[in-house]
Design a protein around this ligand. Structure first.
Ligand code: F6P
Length: 325
């Protein structure tokens, strides 16, 4: 397939490193002699024909910026068939030969839908949740993890000073990766994940056990998708405070985790995956997700990615349980 005009978009939740991916896709694409186009505002921009040519200079000075200079969105319109037909019409009118989609699970679902409709698409694995099959690690995870870790380190100071128990809620949708890794790296006394069945009473016992072992602090990390999230655990502790015997303060990190400057790791990962997407297009390998598998840039068919969720490593969860002593 002779490639001449290639468009790219960022979609779904923004992730630190998306700009490095945009820069890599544009510059390597231009290096191949292609014309490159940026779609503004994710799939919504495709539905509304909002795209602009991108030159080498247009993607200068963005590698160190968080978020995405192209803008992102969750587009309910694109989820409908009528919306997807309008998106395909835009691609045809603009004589676009292929599309690069930088995003997570939902966004790659959109890429798979366009692939099924016969349009050449390559996905780039980008989400702080790290739930995508086809990439051991995705763009934005390392930055989000470091932000969560800084919050944990800071909260531990106050937890120790006041002998107060703290619970930090990490993002991650239905995946416990961020919470588990933040818990291991931050030395948490307990981690509560969607993938495990930790009851509020167990959380209370684990935090109490930390005090019993002579620790000045007791800190837990809970994933937002866990059966008991920070809000429900806080309610449980309030209800049973007299019996439990200590107070629990919760901090929900929320979107703080998605912002800020990308770490060196995320910039390099995004650069390699962006360049990998262009290399896949040059090989006419489309309908695939470009990710990092065992330290190498690798492609996986979108049909094997969409509708699935990567599992957390049970050995790491077991290790967290040993280390929290
Ligand atoms: O997928 C990334 C993510 O930050 C999830 O961790 C979180 O559940 C969700 O997006 C929040 O979505 P929104 O930014 O649309 O509120």
């Amino acid at each position: 397939m002779a490639m001449k005009r290639v468009a790219l978009l960022t979609s779904g939740g923004d992730a630190a490193g998306m700009n490095a991916a945009i820069r890599a896709v544009v510059r390597t694409g231009l290096d191949n002699g292609w014309d490159m186009f940026g779609v503004r505002g994710g799939y919504a921009g495709l539905v509304r024909d909002n795209m602009t040519p991108l030159t080498v200079r247009d993607v200068g000075g963005i590698i160190q910026q968080g978020g995405t200079v192209l803008g992102s969105a969750r587009s309910p319109e694109f989820a409908t068939e009528a919306g997807r037909l309008r998106a395909l019409a835009t691609l045809e009118q603009q004589r676009i030969d292929a599309l690069v989609v930088i995003g997570g699970n939902g966004s790659q679902g959109g890429a798979a839908a366009l692939t099924e409709a016969g349009f050449p698409v390559v996905g780039v694995a980008s989400t702080i949740d790290n739930d995508l099959v086809g990439s051991d690690i995705t763009i934005g995870v390392d930055t989000a993890l470091n932000i969560a870790l800084e919050a944990i380190d800071r909260l531990k100071t106050t937890a120790s000073s006041h002998q107060r128990a703290f619970l930090v809620e990490a993002m991650g949708r239905k995946c416990g990766y961020l919470a588990l890794m933040a818990g291991i790296a931050g030395g948490a006394e307990v981690v509560v994940l969607p993938e495990t069945d930790t009851t509020p009473e167990q959380v209370a016992q684990d935090l109490q056990a930390a005090y019993d072992r002579g620790k000045a602090h007791a800190l837990g990390v809970v994933a937002e998708g866990a059966r008991s999230n920070a809000a429900s655990l806080a309610a449980y502790f309030r209800e049973h405070e007299a019996r439990i015997g200590f107070e629990l303060r919760t901090t929900t990190l929320g979107h703080v985790q998605r912002g800020g400057r990308p770490t060196a790791y995320d910039r390099i990962l995004a650069t390699r995956l962006g360049a990998g997407a262009v290399a896949a297009l040059a090989r006419s390998e489309t309908g695939v997700l470009v990710g990092m598998l065992e330290g190498r840039v690798a492609v996986t068919p979108l049909s094997e990615v969409v509708g699935r969720q990567k599992r957390i490593d049970p050995e790491l969860f077991a290790l967290a349980r040993i280390l929290d002593r």
